[in-house]
Write a protein that binds this ligand. Structure first.
Ligand code: PLP
Length: 425
């Protein structure tokens, strides 16, 4: 027997190829050929982490324990530290403390690993999980690999991609096991407002069988007021069935260090921790030990100039789009470091569809989502590299990242805005 694609299990062969990777490869190739490329695909901050964190890592290199196994769920002092950080930064009501006294945390190899273990520990075949569009690309494959079904609810640019709570009420049923909330959101770069969170609280209270998985990895990255808020701040009782996901990838500018954390009720986490013990033995000791020494309260200060930078780039989109009359393609982003371009209400989509239809390249009926084609055209002809929105559950959109330096970012946005505003000649 020769190992080949046909040797793959039915579970793994169902995982779809990512268009993002293909476009990234094209962007790299074009840049190597000397073409001016504005890479707006980044899912990470292009900055060094806080200097103190680097010092803590260096100091821990001296110790044998940094190279040996950690307890499977993570070093207890770090688990407590993440919990404390959560409690301090979220401003929880006093009545939450009783529930939180039954909480623990599990440290994993990045928030993605945390999420995978949560889904695997929680979901049975046939369970339904509600996602809000746009959603982070990795939720659906992970949920489907667990044999559960994704129920994805829509949102539009006109509501700044905040989904409707009426839709949520309609979608909830006896098979709903969990709702995944990602606020601030990748890829929309917005967080759900307080009144939405309060509305969610009322719905969850009426549906006691539903678990809330709150992916808060971008919590500290918000550059306009009001700041992100969460349903359990108004309905502390809901903490009893809430699972929090956080990590250091985004806010500590440390995607490569691979540390994520799950916080929830201790009994549930005992199961997660058993799974982790049998499948990965947990996260690396060196970074965990450095994090024990590192003062988390430095992060807010570390992020200050980064937030200003994101604010400037978000404002650049607003000004440039307004000047081009792209009012239907603009909304106010406020958090994380992304913006979702919506092609569907821009002149370019009509000219693109009609041009390609005439030349026979595009059969309109067959291709509903033209964003991969538009992104390819933008990349090859104009230089900006974007991520098509299909994998985020949003056809005819594309994600761009706000992390680039303000100068080249403004150039890229001008090029994109001219393209979006272009009409059939
Ligand atoms: N959750 C969201 C919403 C993300 O955007 C990402 C990374 O892009 C993750 C989780 C995973 O983060 P990590 O790098 O810690 O695995």
């Amino acid at each position: 027997m020769v190992l080949s694609a046909s040797s793959l299990s039915h579970r793994v062969s169902q995982i779809e190829d990512s268009i993002t990777l293909a476009l990234n490869a094209q962007a790299t190739q074009l840049a190597e050929q000397g073409k001016k490329i504005y890479n707006l695909t980044a899912g990470q901050l292009p900055f060094r982490p806080p200097e103190d964190l680097v010092n803590c890592l260096e100091a821990q290199l001296r110790f044998l324990k940094s190279f040996m196994y950690a307890p499977a769920a993570g070093f207890p002092d770090l688990r407590q530290k993440f919990l404390k950080h959560f409690v301090e930064t979220r401003g929880l009501q006093n009545s939450s403390y009783d529930v939180l006294s039954r909480w623990d945390s599990v440290i994993s190899n990045g928030a993605k690993h945390s999420l995978w273990q949560i889904f695997y520990s929680l979901l049975n075949e046939g369970d339904e999980v509600i996602l809000f569009r746009p959603y982070w690309v990795s939720y659906p494959p992970m949920i489907e690999l667990c044999g559960a079904k994704v129920v994805a609810l829509n949102s539009t640019i006109f509501d700044s991609f905040v989904p409707s709570l009426e839709d949520l009420e309609r979608a909830l049923g006896p098979k709903t096991k969990a709702i995944v909330l990602n606020s601030p959101n990748n890829p929309s770069g917005t967080h759900y407002p307080e009144d939405w969170m309060r509305g969610l609280g009322e719905i969850l209270t009426k549906n006691p069988h539903v678990v809330l998985i709150s992916d808060e990895i971008y919590f500290q990255l918000s550059y306009f007021d009001p700041k992100p808020s969460y349903v359990y701040q108004y309905f502390p009782e809901l903490l009893k069935r809430t699972i929090i996901v956080d990590g250091i990838s985004k806010t500590f500018a440390s995607t490569g260090l691979r540390i994520g954390v799950t916080m929830a009720n201790r009994e549930f986490l005992d199961g997660v921790s058993k799974l982790q013990a049998q499948t990965s033995s947990g996260a690396n000791s060196l970074v965990q030990r450095a994090l024990v020494d590192f003062d988390f309260s430095q992060i807010d200060k570390f992020l200050e100039p980064i937030r200003s930078h994101l604010r400037i780039n978000a404002q650049c989109i607003r000004e440039t789009f307004r000047k081009r009359g792209l009012d239907h393609a603009w909304y106010q982003s406020s958090s994380a470091f992304y913006y979702l371009l919506d092609f569907s209400h821009c002149p370019v989509i009509d000219s693109f569809r009609s041009g390609n239809k005439e030349s026979g390249k595009l059969e309109e009926a067959k291709i509903e989502d033209v964003s991969p084609l538009l992104c390819e055209k933008i990349l090859h002809e104009l230089g900006p590299a974007l991520v098509p929105g299909g994998d985020f559950g949003m056809p005819n959109t594309a994600r761009l990242s706000l992390v680039m330096d303000a100068g080249p970012f403004a150039e890229a946005i001008a090029v994109i805005a001219d393209f979006l505003a272009s009409r059939p000649s």
